[in-house]
Each structure stands twice: as C-alpha cells, then as structure tokens.
Design a protein around this ligand. Structure first.
Ligand code: FES
Length: 100
C-alpha cells in the first residue's frame, strides 16, 4: 500500500488509487482557495488540482499534457494534475500557492 506524504500528512492508499480522490477522502485538498468549490471535479479540464510529485505515479496521458500546456500552466514546470494520477508507489505531494 503506497504512502502519500501530503504537506506533512501521511496518507495510505491502494496501489493505483486516484490521487485527488485519496486526498479528498482524507479531508485534504489539491485545490487552493475558491478552486476548492470551483473546479472540474476531476475531469482534468480546470487545472486547479496541479501538484508537484516526488515518486512514481502513472504516466501522463495526452489529455493531461494538453491541459498542462495551457495557461496558467506550462509543461516545463513538471506539475501534474492530481485528478489524472494513479499512485503507484510512496510519493511526496507538494501544492503551490495560487489558483492553480
Ligand atoms: S480537478 Fe480539474 S483538472 Fe483536476
């Protein structure tokens, strides 16, 4: 069972679990501010669930790549959309500030 370190909180999930779902089920959020309410609810279109990941997760699919190539994102930042990630091993998740 992978262990997720999210802002100092230790969460345990099943291998392959959706990262955003795991965070929300544990009363944590990959969203900041009003985007906690105003988001696409995991469809991968709003970009507000972007996080930095250290560790092994599922590869980036085309739809996630397209969203992260659009403002305010930039693929070069290395951020990932937590709603599109399957957790494959122990990971550390960091959330930046701001809407995205
Ligand atoms: S919740 Fe909208 S992109 Fe992830």
């Amino acid at each position: 069972m992978p262990i997720i370190d999210f802002e100092g909180n230790v969460l345990i999930c099943k291998k392959g679990a959706n990262l955003r779902q795991v965070l929300l089920e544990n009363e944590k959020s990959p969203h900041n501010g009003n985007s906690r309410l105003l988001n696409c609810f995991g469809l991968g279109t709003c970009g507000t669930c972007a996080v930095q990941i250290i560790g092994s997760v599922s590869k980036m699919e085309a739809s996630e790549k397209i969203r992260l190539s659009l403002p305010p994102h930039n693929l070069e930042t290395g951020l990932r959309l937590s709603c599109q990630i399957k957790v494959l091993s122990d990971i550390t998740v960091k959330k930046g500030s701001g809407f995205s």
